[in-house]
Design a protein. Sequence first.
Length: 329
Amino acid sequence: LLGTELSIALALTLGITTIATFNQPKGADTFMNAVLGTDFQAKVQEGDIIGGYEVNSGFGLREAPKTNQGYGSSDHKGVDLLTPPGTKLYMIGAGGTVECEMQPDGAGLYATIKPKDIPYTFQAMHLNNCQSGEWATGQVFAETGGEADHPNAGNSSGAHLHWGQLKDGQHVHPQKGYLTAAIVGNWSDLMNEAATAKKGFGDVTDRLMNTILIQESGGDPTAENVHTGAAGKYQILPENIPAWAEECGVEGATDVPSFLANPDMQDAIAACKLKQYWDNAKERGVDDHTACRMVASAWYSGNPDWYDSTAPQAGYPSMVLGFASSLVR
């Protein structure tokens, strides 16, 4: 949001009302949610159901559970999924490597998974079968362990999968999308659906983003507004940067310097929020032209319901003037 700089929405509306006849393709929501949106990137929490199995222990500090070798960790570096013995694990991403190792007093038989095109490394612990090597997308590389014929080696309280996610060698809170695909084995289907959806949805996303950045910064990712502190290509207020980054699952955007240093991060946050505003508008049953006006109003004022306001705001002309002028284009 740009605070009082509401007049910028005049140019935004002029640029994006050409999408008034845009028909949102089937699968666009799936694409954004699955690949860029918060559903895919949401952090796995205790009680979630992932691939049909319950998460019974979340990430971070917890009461150390009683195990067959004493007690487990009180600082949990992953999440535990109540998988039955023999549950298959599938390679995610565009293929990658798996390295299997044994840690009898801890992880038991475990896998370190390094997909080629995903910026994370993953760990799967308490396995029964695990095969090191190169694996293609969707291939089974391991099975979870447990009781009886599937011994669960390591320090464990029972049959389950411990799943960890690492960034630059540091454990981070695991995200739903990656774990789900590893359990369900649907990565290829997910990406095919995403690619199909993107063909239709990319146009409206790009127009929303490009019109804003052209007006706001000319595409300069280092731009800063001397009056408001708004930063980056899309001129986002400093106080919104960490909140929007967390909401959109974008890591590393903790302050203005880190935000300005990463243009891709700026794109990801802008795409996420503009898609959110667009969806919110369309869910209200408005036509595409009105939805554009509501997106502009939400982006610049925080309130989509001001899209028809005729009152000047903080000395700037009303956005409705821009909306009216766009109707004759």
